[in-house]
Write a protein that binds this ligand. Structure first.
Ligand code: AMP
Length: 553
């Protein structure tokens, strides 16, 4: 008979993270640029006390375990309190992305059956319009103080967040319950069809917090000053509000001020050492520092993910600004971290160019994530750095199903030896994995360009265009072709004041990629549309250019 371990079975609960931070890093600061315009400072101890008071207030409103508390808010201390106050008291924190279309926001709130909605002052006009459509929401809470409450509002019984919190005494003990209870919900961006809800558990969130803080992941410590540029409505700011509590790092929240100038000033004023965000944010920040001839005095490293980090951006940050870039891949369904690109001791002996080629990849799976690439029949493909297949994953912070959906998204996989390898989550990404386990995304499966039976990676073509000094942003999409099925079309936004012609752009590809993969045409546009989480909206571009006539040849 198996001998059972004799360790305490303490459930992994989100409240334990902030309790730990309050007790062991109680005087470490949390600094927030507020929507109201000023800078707010307090500590982890203050945050924990106010989270407890919020838990009391939510209970006083009649919310029951399992009820959803939605947020529509930027990164800030009140949002952090809602993360902990709701999840910690067995309610479920549902972060909604305010950049979605208003109808989508109402649709998501109804789908999740949100019982309460907490929102920033900047979203008051939006919620005044949407409130009648949010059928399940019983309490609307404006995340501000009494002084900023509107004299009147069409929202029935609009509550003031600070008043709710301050009315409580904080004599509250975090409850202990099953670690598999839901802690939070985040909906996917929904570029096709309706968004789908990923429901995280306390267990999955705490395990993700441990793993994401490890040195070969985000490498967070109590010596860090961490500014998550990634919004708290985009997969829990990649888990940073949890991992920062676990390690006791100082947190800096930028609020709605995500332009290059505001970010730079906050980085410098608070001596930020580490940050994380999607490539488009760094484009804005780099444009600003370059334009002003500035340098960073404390910024040491950043995680870039959410879309492929262009190698040119990696090079600029590392070589011109001395900022280590950690390229990461993940998704809403993975809480979100899957892989990060960090080198081993062996790889650090390689010539710099070879090191760079590895760092440009999406990297190695962190402990807890198992990954494989498979063909369309679910047969695993070799890790040879050449075979491209559908990327599948599994692990304790990977979803097994979507909220309210009956059909499981998981697929059966057979190992390289042909044996049954169980059920895995299909990511929808196409990737290669090399012998050292470095994964490289070649495309979203929907974005790959299928030319005459061969696949062309849109990401490869975009990365080359981005290396041209006059290019600000580039997207490559497939357009129909009578002979080859599809051919690549390059869509370019030039840097301000730069001139670039079609011929010069296409000539830039010569020698950098096989001739047959060079885009057939280039269009110059003032702007590329982005999704609510900052990814290029290729669906819209494909629609916009579906009748584009490629030059003959
Ligand atoms: P989301 O769930 O909105 O975060 O989107 C997840 C998707 O973003 C992934 O399935 C990828 O297609 C894409 N993605 C995330 N990180 C990267 C990356 N580093 N490189 C390329 N694509 C990425």
């Amino acid at each position: 008979m198996a001998l059972m371990g004799q360790m305490m079975t303490m459930p992994l609960l989100i409240s334990s993270l902030i309790q730990h931070a309050a007790r062991h890093s109680g005087d470490t600061e949390i600094v927030s640029k507020r929507v109201e315009g000023d800078l707010h400072r307090y500590t982890w101890a203050d945050a924990e006390l106010r989270s407890r008071k919020l838990a009391q207030a939510l209970a006083r409103l009649g919310l029951q375990p399992g009820d959803r508390v939605a947020t529509l808010a930027w990164n800030g201390y009140r949002h952090l309190e809602i993360y902990y106050g709701s999840s910690g008291s067995q309610l479920v924190c549902h972060t909604i992305n305010p950049r979605l279309f208003p109808e989508q926001i109402a649709w998501i709130a109804n789908d999740a059956q949100d019982a309460a909605l907490c929102f920033d002052l900047s979203f008051l006009p939006l919620i005044e319009k949407l409130a009648p459509q949010m059928r399940s929401v019983r309490h609307f809470v404006l995340m501000t103080d009494r002084a900023h409450m509107p004299a009147q509002s069409s929202i029935p019984g609009l509550l003031c967040y600070d008043e709710l919190v301050e009315a409580e005494d904080g004599h509250y003990t975090w409850p202990v319950f099953d670690e598999n209870c839901a802690s939070s919900i985040c909906y996917t961006s929904g570029t096709t069809g309706n968004p789908k809800g990923a429901v995280y558990s306390h267990r999955s969130s705490v395990l993700h917090a441990y793993a994401s803080a490890m040195p070969d992941a985000m490498d967070c410590s109590r010596r860090d000053v961490i500014l998550p540029v990634v919004p708290m409505f985009h997969v829990n700011a990649w888990g940073l509000p949890y991992s920062c509590a676990a390690v006791g790092a100082k947190l800096v929240f930028p609020g709605p001020h995500l332009d290059g100038k505001s970010l730079y000033e906050l980085f410098e004023a608070e001596q930020v050492s580490f940050s994380a965000g999607v490539p488009t944010v760094w484009l804005g920040l780099l444009n600003y520092v370059r334009g002003q001839g500035l340098k960073f005095s404390s910024f040491k490293r950043t995680v870039i993910g959410g879309s492929a980090c262009p190698p040119a951006m990696l090079k600029t940050l590392m070589d011109d600004y001395g900022v280590e870039v950690i390229h990461a891949w993940g998704m809403t369904e993975l809480s979100p971290l899957g892989t990060l690109s960090k080198l081993s001791a062996k790889q650090l002996q390689l010539p710099v160019e070879e090191q760079r080629r590895l760092l440009e990849k999406q990297g190695k799976a962190i402990y807890g994530i198992d990954m494989a690439i498979v063909d369309d029949q679910g047969q695993a493909l070799p890790w040879d750095g050449r075979s491209a297949g559908n990327l599948v994953v599994r692990g304790p912070w990977v979803i097994a199903g979507y909220f309210g959906a009956e059909r499981s998204p998981l697929i059966a996989v057979r190992g390289e030896d042909g044996r049954d390898a169980g059920l895995w989550f299909p990511t929808g990404d196409v990737a290669t994995i090399d012998a050292d386990g470095f994964m490289q995304i070649t495309d979203r499966s929907k974005d790959v360009i299928k030319s005459g039976g061969e696949w062309i990676s849109s990401i490869d073509l975009e990365n080359i265009a981005m290396a041209h000094p006059s290019v600000h942003e580039a997207a490559v999409i497939a357009v129909p072709h009578p002979r080859w099925d599809e051919r690549p079309l390059l869509v370019v936004v030039c840097k301000p004041g730069c001139q670039l012609g079609r011929e010069e752009m296409l000539a830039f590809y010569e020698g950098r990629i096989a001739k047959w993969q060079i885009p057939d045409d280039v269009v110059f546009v003032p702007e590329i549309p982005h999704t609510a989480t900052g990814k290029m909206l290729k669906l819209k571009l494909r629609e916009q250019f579906k009748d584009h006539r490629l030059p003959a040849g």
